[in-house]
Design a binder for this molecule. Structure first.
Ligand SMILES: CC(C)(COP(=O)(O)OP(=O)(O)OC[C@H]1O[C@@H](n2cnc3c(N)ncnc32)[C@H](O)[C@@H]1OP(=O)(O)O)[C@@H](O)C(=O)NCCC(=O)NCCS
Length: 221
């Protein structure tokens, strides 16, 4: 297999990704930039992550959101820092011009910590859930995770989040029952998809339009 060449432009430029395989008109995966902060915050407020069913004895006083909403400020900082650190990418899914989904890959270990780990997070608007679009967004993120300069890619969810677990299983991610704690946030996941084999998504067929040029996989990616 030819060596994979990371493409710095995913960090230094803004871009729009389309998938030749998807029939939906105007389904786009767009780099989230500070210009969309308001739309992002409105979206994050309206998308509810399932909480623990009442019958479940959850070990938490409050069901944690997993992953926690990334406030606009954090997204903006990731966007600015990622130009040089290549440690994070935020993407929004646009369907017929509407902001219908968000996904991110972001380093969760300290800059000096080894091995470095990045988490993959995903959320969809309620009205488009269950139509296969979560699966597509997650695959785009896993393709992009190959560009991120970290050692390990992982994802996590809660046991009761069956849609997320089924989505992960449907693309072949393997579950481990293990608590994930983050400083200041407590337990954020009790199911982990550890050490995801991101290489599997390197060849995802996508067309990337960088801000000032169009580059397809066949040309130079
Ligand atoms: C979890 C989430 C991203 C899944 O995306 P989605 O678009 O609804 O899922 P898809 O339609 O792509 O389905 C993918 C797989 O999961 C299954 N699935 C999805 N939702 C399901 C549900 N509610 N019940 C059972 N199975 C479900 C599908 O059948 C499909 O499996 P298959 O390919 O084997 O048939 C989406 O529901 C969501 O954003 N939820 C709220 C936020 C959230 O919980 N994010 C995850 C936090 S860790």
């Amino acid at each position: 297999m030819a060596a994979f060449q990371r493409n710095d432009r995913f960090f230094t430029k803004d871009w729009i990704i389309t998938l030749p395989s998807r029939p939906e008109p105007n389904l786009k995966f767009i780099r989230l930039t500070p210009a969309e902060t308001d739309a992002f915050v409105r979206f994050a407020e309206k998308v509810v992550i399932p909480s623990a069913p009442k019958s479940t004895e959850a070990p938490f006083a409050e069901p944690p959101s997993s992953p926690a909403p990334i406030p606009g400020e954090r997204m903006q900082k990731n966007y600015a820092d990622s130009r040089t650190r290549h440690h994070a990418l935020d993407v929004y899914m646009s369907l017929e011009g509407k902001f219908v989904g968000w996904g991110a890959i972001y380093q969760i270990t300290r800059p000096d910590e080894k091995p470095s780990v990045a988490n993959v997070a995903i959320r969809l608007s309620p009205e488009i859930q269950g139509k296969g679009l979560g699966k597509v967004l997650l695959q785009v993120l896993l393709r992009l995770s190959n560009e991120v300069d970290v050692d390990i890619i992982e994802a996590g969810t809660m046991k009761y989040n069956l849609p997320m677990r089924r989505l992960a299983k449907s693309i072949g991610l393997v579950e481990t029952e293990e608590n994930k704690e983050l400083p200041g946030r407590g337990v954020v996941a009790d199911i982990l998809f550890k050490n995801i084999e991101r290489e599997k998504w390197r060849d995802l067929d996508m067309v990337v339009e960088f801000k000032d040029q169009v580059v397809s996989k066949e040309m130079d990616m």
